[in-house]
Design a protein around this ligand. Structure first.
Ligand code: AMP
Ligand code: MG
Length: 408
C-alpha cells in the first residue's frame, strides 16, 4: 500500500474541473425517427406559419357574420384536403368540415348543431361574431418565429412541430461514444458461477444503463485484469474509437489499483481524490490526441454505489455538456429530512433516500444502510440528499438539497 499523493478536491471544484475540460461535440443531421431524446443543436425557426390557411375547428357552415339569422343558400362543401374553390357572398354559405379551408368571403363558422338545414338552404342563429370556430393563419406559429431553442432535448411535441413545419431531419449533437471497462481479477461475467473469492461484474451493467440513459453510445470492453500491460493495451486500443473512457475499480491505493498510474502515463490526471462519500478515489484524466483534441477518462471506484454516485455527480453532467444540453444537472429541490443524518467529518455525503409528500413538503426517508457496496441503498431511491461535512450531522426536520433522480 502507498499513500495517495493526490490532493483531496472539493466535490464542486472537481465537478467544475471536469466540465472545464469537456468539449461540446459536433453536429449531425438526423431523420426525425431517430431524433427522439437527442439534443437540438441549432434553433429551429419556422419557415412557414401554422396553420397555413384559415382552418375550420368544427363541422358546420362557413358564412358571413353579417348574414346572422338569415336563410343562406349552400354553394358547396369544404372538407379537409378538399377545399371549396368559390367565394361566399351575401346570402350564401358553404358546408365545412373540421380542417377544411374557410372559403374567401366567409368570416366565421357556425357549428352544425346550431343551424337549421332545409334542402340547400341553411339558417344560422342571430348574433354571429367574426372569427368564430376557425384557426387563423399563424395563430399557432408565425413564420420566422423560433419554435425550439438549441439545447432542448427533442420529445414528442418538438418532433411534431418539426414535422408540421416541414423538416424531415434536424441538426442534433453527436452522441458521445464511451468505452466501458470493468477492472478486477475477482470479476466474472454475469451468468458464470463465481469461484471462491470471485464476484460477478455488476458495475458494467449498471454503468451501461446509466450511460445509455445519459445519451451515450457505449462500447463495452468487458472485464480487464489487474495487470498493467494488458490493461494498457485494452485502453489504448479503445481510445482510438471513442470520446470518453469509463472504468470501474482499480482507483484506490491497493497495490492492484492500476488505473491512476495508467491514466497518468497516457495523459494528465486532474482529479485523483474527492471529498465525496461514497466515491473518494474518483479519478478524472484527459488524454491528448493528435490535433490538440483530448479524450476524457473517468476512473470510477469499484464499489457499486460509489461508481454510480460518482457517475451521477461527475460523468452524467459531462456527457450532457458534450451533447449540448441546456441543463447539465439533475433538478435539485429542497427537501425535509425525515431522519437524523450522520455526516462524514470531512466529505460531502450523498445519501440515498426515498421521497414522500407531507403537506407541501417533500420528506426524505433513508433507504437504510448507506454502505458503498449496498446497491439496495440506490435501487428505488428517488433522490440523493447532500449532507455537508461536519461533526454534528443533520437533524431530522432540517431542510437539505436533494438531487432528484425520479419523483414519486
Ligand atoms: P477496487 O476499487 O478495485 O478496489 O474495488 C473495490 C470493490 O468494489 C471490490 O472489492 C469489489 O467488491 C467491488 N467491485 C469492483 N469492481 C466491481 C464490479 N465490476 N462489479 C461489482 N463490484 C465490483
Ligand atoms: Mg480492484
Amino acid at each position: 500500500m502507498r499513500a495517495s499523493t493526490y490532493p483531496l478536491v472539493e466535490v464542486d471544484e472537481a465537478a467544475a474541473l471536469v466540465l472545464e475540460r469537456t468539449p461540446v461535440l459536433g453536429i449531425e443531421r438526423v431523420a426525425l425517427a431517430h431524433c427522439i431524446g437527442r439534443v437540438l443543436a441549432e434553433d429551429l425557426v419556422a419557415t412557414a406559419s401554422l396553420p397555413v390557411f384559415p382552418s375550420s375547428a368544427v363541422d358546420g357552415y362557413a358564412v358571413r357574420s353579417a348574414d346572422a339569422g338569415k336563410p343562406l343558400r349552400i354553394l358547396g362543401e369544404s372538407a379537409a384536403g378538399r377545399p371549396f374553390d368559390g367565394a361566399i357572398s351575401a346570402g350564401t354559405a358553404a358546408r365545412i368540415l373540421t380542417g377544411g379551408v374557410v372559403p374567401d368571403g366567409a368570416d366565421c363558422v357556425v357549428m352544425v348543431e346550431e343551424v337549421q338545414v332545409a334542402g340547400d338552404v341553411v339558417t344560422t342563429p342571430p348574433g354571429l361574431r367574426p372569427g368564430t370556430n376557425f384557426h387563423v393563419p399563424g395563430a399557432d406559429v408565425r413564420a420566422g418565429e423560433k419554435v425550439v431553442t438549441a439545447g432542448t432535448q427533442l420529445g414528442a411535441a418538438e418532433l411534431g412541430l418539426a414535422a408540421a413545419l416541414g423538416f424531415p431531419r434536424l441538426p442534433v449533437r453527436r452522441r458521445p461514444r464511451v468505452a466501458l471497462l470493468s477492472t478486477g481479477d475477482e470479476l466474472v461475467e454475469v451468468g458464470e458461477k463465481p469461484g471462491r473469492g470471485q464476484i460477478v461484474d455488476s458495475n458494467r451493467w449498471a454503468l451501461l444503463a446509466a450511460l445509455r440513459e445519459a445519451g451515450a453510445e457505449v462500447h463495452s470492453l468487458g472485464i480487464g485484469p489487474d495487470e498493467p500491460d494488458a490493461l494498457r493495451k485494452l485502453v489504448v486500443d479503445a481510445l482510438r474509437e471513442v470520446d470518453v473512457l469509463v472504468t470501474s475499480g482499480g482507483v484506490s491505493v491497493g497495490t492492484h489499483d492500476l488505473i491512476k498510474p495508467l491514466l497518468e502515463s497516457l495523459g494528465s490526471v486532474h482529479v485523483g481524490r474527492v471529498k465525496l462519500k461514497p466515491g473518494k478515489p474518483f479519478t478524472f484524466a484527459t488524454i491528448p490526441l493528435e490535433g490538440g483534441k483530448e479524450r476524457l477518462a473517468f476512473g470510477l471506484p469499484g464499489f457499486p454505489v460509489s461508481s454510480l454516485v460518482t457517475f451521477e455527480v461527475f460523468v452524467r453532467p459531462a456527457l450532457r455538456k458534450m451533447q449540448g444540453f441546456d441543463s447539465l444537472q439533475r433538478p435539485t429541490l429542497p427537501v425535509r429530512l425525515g431522519y437524523d443524518a450522520r455526516a462524514s467529518a470531512d466529505r460531502t455525503e450523498y445519501q440515498r433516500v426515498t421521497l414522500h409528500r407531507e403537506g407541501r413538503d417533500l420528506v426524505a426517508a433513508t433507504t437504510g444502510s448507506q454502505s458503498s457496496s449496498r446497491l439496495m441503498s440506490l435501487a428505488g431511491a428517488h433522490a440523493l440528499v447532500r449532507i455537508p461535512p461536519g461533526d454534528q450531522g443533520i437533524m431530522a426536520g432540517s431542510i437539505v438539497d436533494a438531487l432528484i433522480l425520479s419523483l414519486p
